[in-house]
Design a protein around this ligand. Structure first.
Ligand code: NAD
Ligand code: UGA
Length: 480
């Protein structure tokens, strides 16, 4: 029986290993983590992350060939193949702060693998890392190897949160990078043998190590760039009377461009797009390519612009002051079908509104009160450095209340903002909502999910990103 150990039981390690265990009954998979609370949750009925279909997969294999443990060293020592899926956040201090990837967790995992190993191993980079990380890891492992042979593979993960299980069941591609030596190719084949138990051969791509590492950063940069492109267009649509949904539909009909990932929004969030682009920018700078670095930096600048444009629309529409006004916030997660709030645009929008002294009533079906208060009070540094979190209790923002249904969030409110595209927001009874709001009643749709005409008929003043603006809003210019 092949033994796999995965270091890091997070959004990637947990679901990825659960699917490997499900599809490969002859492989034993142990997911290990230094976080006791995470492992306890993986072993309970309340999994630490919300992901459609995940409960079912875990239920089928946990205790059979899927295990979760905090005994990191024991399981690493016993494994034939070790996946490393630890967090690789943006550095917050030191050289490259604000851009470079912080590889502290990665390096400590690599040193631990070298320390505890007593047999040859294949070490698989699952985390997203800068190009050439495999080389650094290889050095750490071989210099501490005591004669043991290690082969390093890069196997970046392309799943998206909210659709992780679907993405893992039927991936567009699986990418495996390895050394172009006989031993390197043997290791590539061993990993290929795992995936080929459910992924068609033509979807398993093999490359050299550096191409695999860079392809992951490139894929995220291309995806984020599409969103910034359509968001940049949304600003022009508002100024010209064009409708961004019609423009992106027309553009996406070109088969060379395609229809996906062209929804204008309040901005992209999630733990990776910004982090990975910053990392790419840093790598370009380090390689003497400032023009290329600047090109990719623009993707983030437009994203920041889009978030502040949204807040400016809210404040300027509401007579240039939101002080003491109740604003209902529908959705806090960075996208639907996840409880993840890392880099969610909701944090920036809410913080700006709080800065202008608004009172916020927030509802999200999957994000806990504790998480929202943490996000609004603690610096985002702590989310990526959970070892510091235990010693900190979040503050409580007095102007914020967290409620458990959309109607309570917007009752007696002056305005409502949709910040996550949860399906349940598409079918709300907006007449009922209007009747219970202060007048004039404002809707700010950061996800383009409401029927603008219908809401205007009810009496709302509606701002929907990139759509023709209300006469009311035309008189209140959006400041950049
Ligand atoms: P995460 O923060 O959810 O999980 C990482 C886990 O690693 C944490 O639970 C942490 O406690 C654990 N850890 C850190 N150091 C450890 C050590 N030395 N030993 C044992 N456990 C350790 O992160 P994530 O979202 O799963 O992302 C992991 C990597 O995958 C990142 O590089 C990310 O860029 C990449 N990625 C993420 C996604 C996503 O959708 N979240 C998708 C593709 C790739
Ligand atoms: C993204 C990529 O899609 C994955 O392939 C990649 O593996 C992952 O990052 C990663 O490396 O972490 P994820 O961030 O989970 O996945 O979710 P996406 O569906 O890509 O959405 C990211 C953000 O963009 C969300 O805030 C979403 O609302 C926003 N978005 C997406 C738009 O604003 N418009 C769109 O058309 C699509």
């Amino acid at each position: 029986m092949v033994k796999i150990c995965c270091i890091g039981a997070g959004y990637v390690g947990g679901p990825t290993m659960a699917v490997i265990a499900l599809k490969c009954p002859s492989v034993e998979v142990v997911v290990v983590d230094i976080s006791v609370s995470r492992i306890t949750a993986w072993n309970s009925d309340q999994l630490p992350i919300y992901e459609p279909g995940l409960d079912d997969v875990v239920e089928q294999c946990r205790g059979r060939n899927l295990f979760f443990s905090t005994d990191v060293e024991k399981h690493v020592a016993e494994a034939d193949m070790v996946f490393v899926s630890v967090n690789t956040p943006t550095k917050t201090r030191g050289l490259g702060a604000g851009k470079a990837a912080d590889l502290t967790y990665w390096e400590s995992a690599a040193r631990m693998i070298a320390d505890v190993s007593k047999s040859d191993k294949i070490v698989v980079e699952k985390s997203t890392v800068p190009v050439k990380t495999a080389e650094a890891i290889e050095k750490i492992l071989t210099h501490n190897s005591k004669g043991i042979k290690f082969q390093i593979l890069s196997n970046p993960e392309f799943l998206a949160e909210g659709t992780a299980i679907e993405d893992l069941f039927t991936p567009d591609r699986v990418l495996i990078g390895g050394r172009e030596t006989p031993d390197g190719q043997k290791a590539v084949q061993a990993l290929k043998d795992i995936y080929s138990q459910w992924v068609p051969e033509d979807r398993i791509l093999t490359t050299n190590l550096w191409s695999a590492e860079l392809s992951k950063l490139a894929a995220n940069a291309f995806l984020a760039q599409r969103i910034s492109s359509v968001n940049a267009m949304s600003a022009l649509c508002e100024s010209t009377g064009a409708d961004v949904t019609q423009v992106s539909y027309a553009v996406g009909k070109d088969t060379r461009i395609g229809p996906k990932f062209l929804n204008a929004s309040v901005g992209f969030g999630g733990s990776c797009f910004q982090k990975d682009i910053l990392n790419l920018v840093y790598i370009c700078e380090c390689n003497g390519l400032p023009e290329v670095a600047e090109y990719w930096r623009q993707v983030i600048k437009i994203n920041d612009y889009q978030k502040s444009r949204f807040v400016n629309r809210i404040v300027s529409s509401m007579f240039n002051t939101v002080a003491n006004k109740k604003i209902g916030i529908l959705g806090f997660a960075f996208k639907k079908d996840t409880g993840d709030t890392r880099e969610t645009p909701a944090i920036d929008v809410c913080k700006c509104l709080l800065g202008d002294k608004a009172r916020l009533s927030i509802y999200d079906p999957q994000v806990t009160e504790d998480q929202i208060q943490r996000d609004l009070t603690l610096s985002k540094f702590y989310w990526d450095h959970p070892e510091h979190l235990q010693s900190l209790s979040p503050g409580t923002v007095k102007q914020v209340s967290i409620v458990w249904d959309a109607y309570s969030a917007v009752k007696d409110a002056h305005g409502l903002c949709i910040l996550t595209e949860w399906d349940e927001f598409k079918t709300l009874d907006f007449q009922k909502i209007y009747d219970n709001m202060q007048k004039p009643a404002f809707v700010f749709d950061g996800r383009n999910i409401v029927n603008v005409e219908k809401l205007r008929e009810i009496g709302f003043i509606v701002y929907s990103i990139g759509r023709p603006v209300d006469a009311w809003l035309k008189d209140m210019p959006a400041v950049a």
